[in-house]
Design a protein around this ligand. Structure first.
Ligand code: FE2
Length: 198
C-alpha cells in the first residue's frame, strides 16, 4: 500500500525489539536477561500489596506509629523493613475518615508506591481511569463498586515521580480485639489505592 508509513512498516513489534535489546546486552556481558528475571521475581514475590496491608494494620493498633506514618511515610515503612526506591522521595499516607475518601491516580502514566501497594493493576494504567477519576471521581468510584453518600468528600491525588501515595483506610468497626496479623489480612490493594472501603 503506497500510503503506508514506511517507518511503521520497518518497525518490529515491541516484544521483538525488547528481545533484540536484551540479546545485544547479553552478548556484551551485561546480563540483561538476569536483570529482567530478577526484576520479575521481585515484582511478583516482594512488591506486593500485603506489605502496605501490614503497614496499615500496624497503624491501626499503634497510635504512635500511625503518627509517624502520617508525618513521614517513607521512614515509617522503612521501620518495618519496607524499602522504597531512591527516586520515590516521599510517601504521603492519606488518612480516610467517615466523611473523607482519598483516591490515588497517576494522570500521566502508572506511578504507584509499588513496593508497598504492588505493581499497578491494568485499570489503573488505563486512560479511562486516569482521566475520568479526576473529572468525575464519584461516578468512577461507583462504577468500581464504591457508592459514597453525597456528603462524603472525595479527594483525588495525582502521583508524581518523586511523591507516592498510599491510602490509610478506616479500620472496620467489627475488628475490635483483632491481632495485627488478622487485620493485615483484610486490607486489600484496592483499599490502599482508595477505590474501595473495608
Ligand atoms: Fe506515572
Amino acid at each position: 500500500m503506497p500510503d503506508q508509513n514506511p517507518v511503521i512498516q520497518r518497525t518490529a513489534p515491541v516484544e521483538r525489539r525488547v528481545d533484540a535489546i536484551q540479546q545485544a546486552l547479553d552478548e556484551r556481558g551485561m546480563n540483561a536477561s538476569e536483570a529482567v528475571e530478577d526484576l520479575t521475581h521481585r515484582a511478583q514475590e516482594q512488591w506486593i500489596p500485603q506489605n502496605g496491608a501490614r503497614v496499615i494494620a500496624k497503624a491501626w493498633v499503634d497510635p504512635e506509629f500511625r503518627k509517624r506514618l502520617l508525618a513521614n511515610g517513607r521512614d515509617a515503612a522503612l521501620e518495618m523493613g519496607f524499602q522504597m526506591p531512591k527516586h520515590h522521595r516521599h510517601l504521603v499516607v492519606l488518612e480516610n475518615a467517615p466523611k473523607v475518601q482519598n483516591v490515588i491516580c497517576c494522570t500521566l502514566c502508572s506511578c504507584t508506591a509499588f513496593t508497598l501497594i504492588g505493581l499497578p493493576p491494568d485499570w489503573y494504567k488505563d486512560l479511562q481511569y486516569r482521566s475520568r477519576v479526576v473529572r468525575e471521581s464519584r461516578t468512577v468510584l461507583e462504577e468500581m463498586g464504591l457508592k459514597l453518600e453525597p456528603d462524603v468528600e472525595v479527594r483525588v491525588w495525582d502521583t508524581t515521580a518523586d511523591t507516592r501515595y498510599m491510602v490509610l483506610p478506616e479500620r472496620p468497626a467489627h475488628t475490635a480485639g483483632w491481632t495485627e496479623e488478622q487485620l493485615a489480612a483484610i486490607v486489600t490493594r484496592d483499599s490502599l489505592i482508595g477505590v474501595a472501603r473495608l
